[in-house]
Design a protein around this ligand. Structure first.
Ligand code: OXD
Ligand code: MN
Length: 584
């Protein structure tokens, strides 16, 4: 197989002469090709077959112990002007970056097969979709890309038709963190990643293309590439509203996108369109329309259980690649939270007999890769080339104190400030400390491919294009009391908050206007059948002026750090709220 696209042909030849693989394989995406790849990986130990009676066509991959998460300090935006990468990204001058990468890539595929993986991000016939080609020497990456994207022959056809594609070159190198780099060249539509096989570093269609490169393109072309889930909420009357929500990594985006309505909310249904990334375009009707560029989920396994996400457990019953979870001696996958006690004969994520003294059995950032179509709540609208119209955008993070369960911004501009101020207590998805408050504007801190100040400016500019844009809200499921107990039950009960949000957008729900936005009283929420202490509900819907004055002072310091890049409009919005707060 080869291609009629001259630029692609030439790039493949250039990469082959640099990396000197033994063989080149153009991926068709066929079932037979996948079977052969899997058989090879079973033979060389890259994959372990799980019990085919309980988990048909499912496999476990145990990664190198130092290659288990995204490595943000080794991730760079390489633009000719440093300012274009901005203060929140690592930057390297493109010539220097190319020099370093070439050194790491020279001969790196010797003895290996070089796979050429054409893919499309988005429904294959969507005007908003975008092609890419990943060259990789990892068959594990190929198998994952086949689940996560529209990969193979139809993708190549689309690329040849469009004449446009993003180039992604990936090599495992020697997997050493000392020789690992994840580099983005937005001016060249190019990604080069070496030294890691971990999803976020190696499945280049995901964070690298669909967020970092796409966000750059989106600003140029007037659309938005966001770290957001897309879900439909259908009322008992049969009216469906679509919501997008941005949360920092590992705040339960996948669980929210797959929410199971509580027993007491009869007739409500949830539909998943996407659980990690949304591409948003202004429709002819002035509304914002979202497509999910991905075709699969690369989700965090620990904590997924019949109680927290029963549909995810069903979804993972077959055709799944697990990475760094534990397994039983009869080859069934296991992770912390799946059952109360670890089963007997457990083997941990490093292949050792499980011993609690060695830490958790499954790595805290262990993952599953599975087709979106396996989700019992998969929305048929996922394949709609134009996507779905968005009623509301939600921002949220893990905040154990102060931040109410939900509040609504008073305008798009205010909503942009709420997004810019997003913060969360950290978890393990990115390497680093756990439990520290980290600012993560729009949940895009690790994923915005350009200057964060310019990105906010782009959000503000989108606000001027239409008066039919979604309303913007902030949610927080994670309030705790002094003893650490959660004040809100979360999970399925979060639908009560979504209901209030939708009713607000329809002009049917009440709330109290405070300086930070509109907050519901407990009586404004649907609490029929909710098992929660009224005192807790009162606390999580209360506005605390003192705490917010302090919060805003800290936000002021953070925003000032962006200096001349902070849009004046955002500064004015900040001042407006600060003075309302001082009058409160
Ligand atoms: C992810 C992340 O893997 O955000 O989705 O880290
Ligand atoms: Mn994510």
């Amino acid at each position: 197989m080869t291609t009629t696209n001259a630029a692609l042909k030439q790039w493949v030849e250039e990469v082959a002469s640099l990396t000197t693989p033994d063989r080149i394989h153009w991926c068709s995406g066929s079932e037979q090709e996948n079977q052969e790849l899997v058989e090879n990986m079973l033979r060389d130990g890259t994959l372990i077959e799980l019990d085919p009676r309980t988990h048909p066509q499912s496999y476990l991959h145990l990664s190198h112990p130092t290659d288990v998460a995204r490595t943000e300090h080794l991730t760079f935006i390489c633009t000719s002007r440093k300012d274009d990468a901005g203060p929140t990204n690592n930057w390297m001058e493109p010539d220097e970056a190319h020099g370093r990468l070439d050194q790491l890539l020279r001969g790196s595929m010797k003895g290996r097969t070089m796979f050429v993986v054409p893919y499309v991000m988005g429904p294959i016939d969507s005007p908003y979709a975008q092609g890419g080609v990943e060259i990789t020497d990892s068959p594990y990456v190929v198998a994952n890309m086949r689940i996560m994207t529209r990969m193979g022959q139809p993708a190549l056809k689309r690329i040849e038709h469009d004449g446009y594609f993003v180039k992604g070159l990936h090599s495992l190198g020697d997997l050493s963190p000392e020789r690992r780099l994840i580099m983005h060249f937005p001016e060249e539509d190019l990604i080069e990643s070496v030294g890691s096989g971990y999803g976020g570093n190696a499945l280049l269609g995901k964070k690298c293309h669909a967020l970092r490169i796409a966000s750059w393109k989106a600003r140029e072309q007037g659309w938005m590439a966001e770290h957001m889930l897309i879900m439909g909420v259908e009322s008992p009357e049969g009216e469906t509203h679509y919501l997008c929500a941005a949360f920092p990594s590992a705040c339960g985006k996948t669980n929210l996108a797959m929410l199971v309505p509580p027993e007491s909310m009869k007739g409500w249904r949830v539909w998943t369109v996407g659980e990690d990334i949304a591409w948003l375009n202004l429709g002819h009707d002035g509304r914002l329309w979202a497509i999910n560029p991905e075709a699969g989920y690369f989700g965090v396994a620990p904590g997924t259980s019949p109680d927290t996400n029963s549909n995810a457990v069903k979804m993972l019953a077959r055709d799944t690649i697990f990475t760094n979870v534990a397994h039983t001696d009869d080859r069934r996958p296991w992770w912390e939270g799946l059952s109360k006690a670890p089963p007997r004969g457990l083997v941990d994520w490093q292949g050792r007999a499980y011993d609690p003294a060695n830490g958790p059995a499954a790595h805290p950032n262990s993952r599953f890769t599975v087709s979106a179509k396996r989700n019992p709540m998969y929305s048929p609208r996922t394949e709609d080339p134009l996507g779905v119209p968005i009623t509301a955008i939600l921002f949220g993070g893990r905040r154990s104190s102060l931040v109410p369960l939900v509040y609504q911004s008073v305008s798009w501009r205010h909503g942009v400030l709420v997004g810019a101020a997003l913060s969360s207590e950290t978890t393990a998805a990115a390497t680093g400390k756990v439990g520290v408050l980290r600012r993560d504007p729009m949940a895009m801190l690790p994923f915005c491919g350009y200057n964060m100040g310019e990105y906010w400016q782009h959000w503000l500019a989108m606000g001027n294009k239409s008066d039919k844009l979604p309303k913007i809200f902030h949610v927080n499921w994670f309030r705790r009391d002094a003893s650490g107990r959660f004040l809100w039950p979360g999970y399925g009960e979060n639908l009560r908050v979504l209901r209030w949000i939708i009713e607000r957008c329809r002009g049917n729900a009440r709330g109290v206007r405070t300086p930070i936005g509109t907050v519901p009283l407990p009586a404004d929420l649907d609490t029929l059948g909710l098992k929660a202490d009224p005192a807790d509900l009162h606390e999580i819907t209360r506005f605390h002026p003192e705490g917010w004055r302090e919060e805003m002072a800290q936000l002021g310091t953070y925003l000032a750090g962006f200096g001349p890049h902070l849009p004046a409009e955002l500064q004015e919005e900040y001042q407006r709220i600060a003075s309302e707060l001082n009058g409160a």
